[in-house]
Design a protein around this ligand. Structure first.
Ligand code: FES
Ligand code: FES
Length: 163
């Protein structure tokens, strides 16, 4: 039996666009984004749910796309880093990452940004400590945490009206 026999058709909604795809049932969302759609802003770090580099939003909530089967995401709105800007304007989290120099190599950055946006969407994170705890699934190998958390604390607490 060839690999082609195992492929099935699915439709995914990503960054406001519909994509008709043929995928293997075991394909992760991460692999489909990167390998089939060339949306390579979503990074593969561990591929085991331990680093957060692959974070995307599903219905506004941050998930690890390396642990999500692509064929389970039909009918849901998926947002990747490529879809965060609106009409050429960066999302406030993206702007603050640049302004506060919150990255070094950038490999973890899209995951960090999408996790933060996810927290803002869910109105989660009541204190700097809680924000650090909620962001702890996003590992930065370069150790740029200090400025990453400055962005998170400013935007998440402000978003909640606590600042
Ligand atoms: S690549 Fe998904 S959590 Fe590391
Ligand atoms: S900026 Fe390099 S891994 Fe975070």
């Amino acid at each position: 039996m060839t690999e082609e026999v195992h492929k099935g058709k699915i439709e995914l909604s990503i960054n406001g666009k519909q994509y008709n795809l043929e995928i293997r049932p075991w394909s992760t969302l991460l692999d489909v984004l990167r390998d089939q759609l060339n949306l390579t802003g979503t990074k593969k770090g561990c591929d085991h749910g331990q680093c957060g580099a692959c974070t995307v939003l599903i219905e506004g909530k941050a998930i690890n796309s390396c642990l999500a089967l692509a064929n389970m995401q039909q009918g849901k709105e998926i947002t990747t880093i490529e879809g965060l800007e609106k009409n050429g304007d960066l999302h406030p989290v993206q702007r603050d990452f640049i302004e506060k120099d919150a990255f070094q190599c950038g490999y973890c950055t899209s995951g960090q940004i999408l996790s933060m946006v996810g927290l803002m969407n869910m109105e989660k994170g009541n204190s700097p400590e809680e924000i650090r705890d909620l962001m702890s699934g996003n590992i930065c190998r370069c150790g740029a945490y200090s400025n990453i958390y400055k962005v998170a604390e400013k935007l998440i607490l402000k978003n909640k009206g606590d600042e």
